[in-house]
Design a binder for this molecule. Structure first.
Ligand SMILES: O=C(O)CCC(=O)C(=O)O
Length: 268
């Protein structure tokens, strides 16, 4: 057992190192081997400071917003047992399949989902993922437990993602469109910005700017209370490393307005 205590006065390398240490504990196999010897490419910033002059947040690049949701009641109260108690009888759509490119959307109650896919593994190993579902619109009580992140520039679409270890949402740009042999969701033309907030458990997110981005993917480990801002158009693939609950907030970028006309010249 060890405790790692340090400040982040070295361009986020220290927190990157701490994250790598965490990463090497229960889920080492899913973490890139070159850590902790390289600094993370996606900067991390302490969320309350995000709009200051020295803040790396500029909507054009991914950034981890540390501690964005630390204080949300959701981070303390949202557990599978809570969902069972508060909305066990409600019907939800669950992606059930051997893997994320081959699933069927099944309707079941929250209690059925929890008992088949969270509290135990379904026979045959099928993963069940309550994915991309506006549960907080279906059960508005949940809205008391989180806040709209300050970086959202308009009212976002809010979706929950609840699943066991091993879910994988393959590379896509938002809005999320997972095409499966059995279920096809159409891709809306619009591109959205996203803040993906981790409430419970840990996820591994791989990011690239475009299909032709030859550089190595950026990799982010997202733990409870942390959020990742994903710019519109950026491709991302998300794997859950343990039982996980996340919230995504999608909104379209603001329309680029033409610059205001120059001030009128006045003649005397
Ligand atoms: O958490 C996941 O599995 C996927 C989340 C995602 O891709 C999104 O919010 O766009």
């Amino acid at each position: 057992m060890a405790l790692f205590v340090a400040g982040d006065d070295d361009d986020a390398r220290t927190s990157g190192y701490a994250h790598a240490l965490h990463a090497s504990l229960p889920y080492a196999a899913s973490f890139p081997r070159d850590w902790p010897f390289t600094a993370p490419k996606v900067p991390r910033c302490y969320s309350p400071l995000r709009r200051g002059a020295a803040d790396p947040f500029d909507y054009g690049a991914p950034v981890v917003l540390e501690r964005l949701a630390d204080h949300w009641p959701a981070c303390r109260t949202w557990t599978p047992a809570f969902f069972s108690r508060v909305m066990g009888h409600r019907t939800v759509p669950v992606e059930v399949g051997a893997h994320s490119n081959d699933f069927a959307l099944q309707l079941m109650t929250v209690n059925e989902f929890l008992s088949r896919h969270i509290f135990q593994t379904a026979p045959g190993g099928a993963t069940g993922y309550l994915a991309q579902h506006p549960l907080s619109s279906q059960v508005p009580l949940l809205q008391n437990d989180f806040a709209i992140p300050h970086v959202c520039e308009s009212a976002p679409h809010v979706n929950v993602w609840i699943g066991p270890a091993g879910t994988l949402t393959p590379f896509h740009a938002d809005p999320c469109v997972v095409v499966s042999a059995r279920a096809k969701r159409r891709s809306p033309a619009a591109r959205y910005r996203n803040v993906l907030v981790q409430i419970v458990g840990c996820k591994r997110v791989q990011l690239k700017q475009s299909q032709c981005d030859a550089a190595e993917d950026d990799v982010v480990l997202l733990g409870p209370g942390e959020a990742l801002y994903i710019p519109d158009g950026w491709l991302h693939q998300v794997a859950s490393l343990e039982t996980s609950i996340s919230l995504s907030f999608w909104w379209p970028p603001p329309l680029a307005l033409p610059p205001p006309p120059p001030p009128r010249q006045t003649t005397q």
